[in-house]
Design a protein around this ligand. Sequence first.
Ligand code: GLP
Length: 240
Amino acid sequence: MKIIVTENYDEMSKKAAEIIIDVIKNNPNAVLGLATGSSPIGTYRNMINDHKENGTSYKNVSTVNLDEYVSLDKDHDQSYAYFMRKNLFDELDIDQTNTHLPCGTAKDLAKECDRYNGILAKLVPDVQVLGIGSNGHIGFNEPGTPLDSVTHVVDLTESTIKDNSRLFASVDEVPKQALSMGIKNIMQAKSIVMVVSGKNKAEAVKGMVNGEITPELPASVLQLHPFVTLVCDKGAASLL
Ligand code: GLP
């Protein structure tokens, strides 16, 4: 795992965006694997600025996202579909029919997972953006998720519901389930860029980089991937 430690969130975002922009410059038909959460927002902002200032085009880029809450419509302001439009897609020249997320309001969730696995079989990310949960989750693969899992329905843990409640009016409004790419799907990406900021993630980062590879800390599986770049600020790196 290549590790880049930055002074702060802004520098982390700039470095991560540079890596992704390079991938697109080398391959205008690139497939991007994308993540939500506070961690990648700055990275996306840098990609938007680069698109506007330098004209990097996303016309032929396709994207697949990691996850989506069950029950939130794509226009709900906390859905990941909405997050992606507002924080990235609406500001690029990307064809939004080439952007893919699992659908959290599908009637048959098992079928929706199959549909999404079918998309992932065709669209293998050249680079997958990841954040990490304070409990070591990646996507919404909570501790205990088998390392060979593919897209599945997840019962969110209390700690994730609590972490994510800051974005909802109350903790009761946080969905209790999500659809998430599995760990096996994530590991299929050709390369991975993980962005992590803040001391509250330091313990998870330490386990991911130096700990045992175990389903109890899903991110630890990244030790087995040949092309992972961890871009983290000093706080997140403080226990390394
Ligand atoms: C969420 C998302 C993850 C994200 C993580 C960290 O639950 N499903 O993909 O990496 O939590 O979020 P944040 O970057 O806001 O700390």
